[in-house]
Each structure stands twice: as structure tokens, then as C-alpha cells.
Design a protein around this ligand. Structure first.
Ligand code: UDP
Ligand code: MG
Length: 322
């Protein structure tokens, strides 16, 4: 029997990161599957299990028990959405790679439009949200503000109101795989690598079921990764603010000395002293915090740890890659 390693080759790889998505995963599977069947071309569905503690993996395995297009990359713990996507890209073998959320907030039917654009010759087709429904006022406002702040801070053009739902050509995927950074902001990296990019627009509905897996803590981490990965402006702003504050302080010092030496005006001064003390103390700590954000990330990078650890890969294919 010939057991020589054969590498998979398919037309489309769909990457679906999943973290505790038992309420939606079965529906998601069928929706994506039926869309991919319409293409009439070969495809694989790569579910990246990002350390789910519920029935997600079992459900995928049972629903797809006889489906050779299913691959499950089971990570050893929760590494985060962006790393899960990266693991999927490392494993994907398609000519085009599609990244989609598991909660059906990204309508799978849009994949067909993305494929049409790709066939027109675009290398990246990203889905831009015209409107977000079914999400809290807080989430909509903070997300919208974040994308706009990031746009002002970076020199590269990261499209606003755009998540990770997108199609990437094989060559874009290969370039992304060469970027080893730990604190990943994938949509920024896609902009950074360049190539011919285009958008398709859609209205984002609420989750099909379940709760968001992006609590405030993860949202802050993602936004800090986005800003620190693509901009050093916060450091520059800290420097400039420091300069302005010290100039103002110096002018005030001259004024105080003048008053002390040449006038008889009483100097009550205590409250202003405390006010300035607190103000400067606060600024200093804030700037140290900003420097710390960058420093911590440099530390993460120099450790050279792998981005993720795979527990197991479930696949009907023999032999398996990886
Ligand atoms: N996700 C993940 N790891 C995490 C958090 C989320 O793989 O640590 C997945 C999640 O299962 C979903 C996608 O990332 O497929 C987007 O998450 P979610 O829909 O909860 O985010 P939101 O749409 O609320 O921003
Ligand atoms: Mg969602």
C-alpha cells in the first residue's frame, strides 16, 4: 500500500474559530456547508477549537461524523480568537482561505460574493459592517470609536468597521504565516502585507445564539494589540505632553520666584502645590504605563514561545499533515 505523504489540496479553506459555541455550532456547520456546496468546488472546513470547555468539539464530531471536509484543530487551551485564526491559517491548504466567526454574525452566504470578487482578481476581500444589530450600545460605540482612533494613529490603511470575516488568496495567507509576532491583530497584519484588497458591505446581525466570547477584558487586549502593533504614536504623544507640561511648569516657576523676590504678596500656595503634585504624578504614571505596554510586548516577543499548542488534530484524511 502506498503510504507516501500526500499533501491536501483543496480550492477553499474555511476557518472557523470556536470557543464554547455549543448553542450555535450545529446550525453554523449546516449553514456554511450548504453555502460551500453551492460553489461546486472542493473545500475544507477547519474548526479551530480554542479551548472550549463545553460540548462544542463533540457536537462538531458527531454532526460531521461522515464528512471528510471537516478538520478540527484542538488547541491545548484558550489562546484567544486571533491566535485561533492563525492556527487555522497554518493548517489551511486552499487556494483561497476564508475566515468566519462561528456565531453566524458573519452571514456565510456572503462567502459566495467574496469568491466572486476573488475570481475577478482581488487578493483580499473583507466584509465591512454598515450597521451592527443585536449588540449592546456600549459595544457598538466602543468598537466604532476604536476603529477610528486606530485609523488616525497608524500610517497603514486599516479599514474601519471591519472584523476578521474575509477571504484571503493563498499568497496573502503565505505572507501572513511569515509574520511571527505574538500579540497579533490579524486584520491589521492583512492590511500591512498589502496586495489587491477590496470590501463588500453588509449589515451585521446579532448572534444566532449564546453569549459574546469577547468580554471587556478581551476587547481591551485586542484594541491595545491593534494600537501597539501598528503605531508608536502613544509614545510620541507622551513625550510631547511631557514637554508641554515641563514648559508650563518652568514658566510658573519663574512667576513664583519673581513674586517671592520682588513683591510682598503672601504665598498661600499649599493647594496649588498639591494640585500640581497630583497632576504631574498622574501624568508620570500614565506615561510609564504607556511605555510599559510596549515593553511588555517586547518581552513577549523575545521569549520566542510558539503562538499556540495543538492538543490533537481530528481529520478523516490519512495521512494527516502536521
Ligand atoms: N473566539 C475564540 N476564542 C476566544 C473568543 C472568541 O475562538 O477567546 C471565537 C468565537 O467562538 C467566535 C469568534 O471568535 O467564533 C468571535 O467571537 P464573538 O462572536 O464572541 O465576538 P463578538 O462578535 O461578540 O465580538
Ligand atoms: Mg460574534
Amino acid at each position: 500500500m502506498n503510504t507516501v505523504l500526500m499533501t491536501r489540496h483543496v480550492r477553499y479553506s474555511v476557518i472557523i474559530p470556536v470557543y464554547n459555541e455549543e448553542e450555535v455550532i450545529t446550525e453554523t456547520y449546516w449553514r456554511i456547508k450548504s453555502v460551500m456546496e453551492i460553489t461546486g468546488e472542493s473545500y475544507e472546513l477547519i474548526f479551530v477549537n480554542d479551548g472550549s470547555r463545553d460540548q462544542t468539539v463533540n457536537l462538531i464530531r458527531s454532526v460531521g461524523a461522515s464528512d471528510p471536509s471537516i478538520h478540527i484543530i484542538d488547541l491545548s487551551r484558550n489562546f484567544g480568537h486571533q491566535i485561533a485564526i492563525t492556527a487555522g491559517m497554518d493548517y489551511a491548504s486552499g487556494d483561497a482561505v476564508i475566515v468566519i466567526d462561528a456565531d453566524l454574525q458573519d452571514p456565510p452566504e456572503l462567502i459566495l460574493d467574496m469568491i466572486a470578487k476573488w475570481k475577478e482578481g482581488y487578493d483580499v476581500v473583507y466584509a465591512q459592517r454598515l450597521e451592527r444589530k443585536g449588540e449592546s450600545f456600549f459595544k457598538r460605540k466602543t468598537a466604532s470609536l476604536f476603529y477610528r482612533i486606530l485609523k488616525h494613529m497608524t500610517d497603514i490603511d486599516i479599514p474601519i468597521d471591519t472584523g476578521d470575516f474575509r477571504l484571503l488568496d493563498r499568497k496573502v495567507c503565505n505572507e501572513l504565516k511569515r509574520l511571527p509576532e505574538n500579540n497579533r491583530y490579524v486584520r491589521g497584519l492583512v492590511s500591512w502585507v498589502g496586495f489587491k484588497q477590496t470590501a463588500i458591505q453588509y449589515v451585521r446581525e446579532g448572534r444566532f445564539a449564546g453569549e459574546t466570547k469577547y468580554p471587556l477584558k478581551k476587547m481591551i487586549k485586542l484594541s491595545m494589540d491593534g494600537i501597539t502593533s501598528f503605531s508608536t504614536k502613544p509614545l510620541k504623544v507622551a513625550g510631547i505632553m511631557g514637554m508641554i507640561i515641563s514648559i508650563v511648569g518652568f514658566v510658573y516657576l519663574v512667576f513664583v520666584l519673581f513674586e517671592r523676590l520682588f513683591t510682598d504678596a503672601a504665598l498661600p500656595g499649599w493647594s496649588s502645590l498639591i494640585a500640581f503634585q497630583l497632576f504631574f504624578g498622574g501624568c508620570m504614571l500614565m506615561f510609564m504605563g504607556i511605555i510599559g505596554e510596549y515593553l511588555g510586548r517586547i518581552y513577549d516577543e523575545v521569549k520566542h514561545r510558539p503562538l499556540y499548542i495543538v492538543n490533537e488534530v481530528y481529520s478523516k484524511e490519512e495521512p494527516m499533515r502536521r
